[in-house]
Design a protein around this ligand. Structure first.
Ligand SMILES: [Zn+2]
Length: 159
């Protein structure tokens, strides 16, 4: 019998004051300013990882990759995501699909969307869809203070 589980992921990062810091979303480099964080602050990779961990009934990303850990300082978050995929595959889960909304005021996600989807789909070996949303000037996202990401992930296992 196939068992299905759904997971939700959410992440949020403030924009950095450092003009040199790259903006990394789903492994793509977008025109900055970048987001602040202990790792490369790839909020899409973090939210996907959290959605997958939640779906598999595991602890959250901060449990496995604490932001006090020197080894994850400026880490490539795609490597974190690859490890999460390994964790859940070890438990026998297959990823069905992942759907993501990145909420940021600028830059526009559209020109990067296809590249992000392809890269994420390759890491997850499953369809990944990514939507870009603006916050219409409202709140911290609308004022350009930060960006957020929402993800749902479906996984299955044959038992
Ligand atoms: Zn994050």
């Amino acid at each position: 019998m196939s068992v299905f589980r759904i997971g939700q992921g959410f992440d949020i990062h403030p924009f950095s004051q450092d003009p040199e810091r790259p903006l990394v979303i789903g492994g793509e480099i977008l025109p900055g300013p970048g987001l602040d964080g202990h790792s490369d602050a790839d909020l899409l990779a973090h939210a996907i990882a959290d959605a997958l961990l939640g779906a598999a009934g595991l602890e959250d990303i901060g449990h496995y990759f604490p932001d006090t850990e020197p080894s994850t300082l400026n880490a490539n978050s795609l490597e974190i995501l690859e490890k999460v995929v390994e964790f859940i595959k070890k438990d026998g889960w297959e990823i069905c699909n992942v759907d993501c909304s990145v909420i940021l005021e600028k830059p526009k996600l559209q020109p990067y969307k296809k590249g992000i989807q392809e890269r994420m789909s390759n890491i997850l070996n499953a369809p990944v869809t990514v939507k870009g949303r603006r916050a219409e000037g409202l709140g911290f996202v609308g004022k350009g203070e930060g960006a957020a990401c929402l993800v749902v992930a479906l996984i299955s296992k044959y038992e």
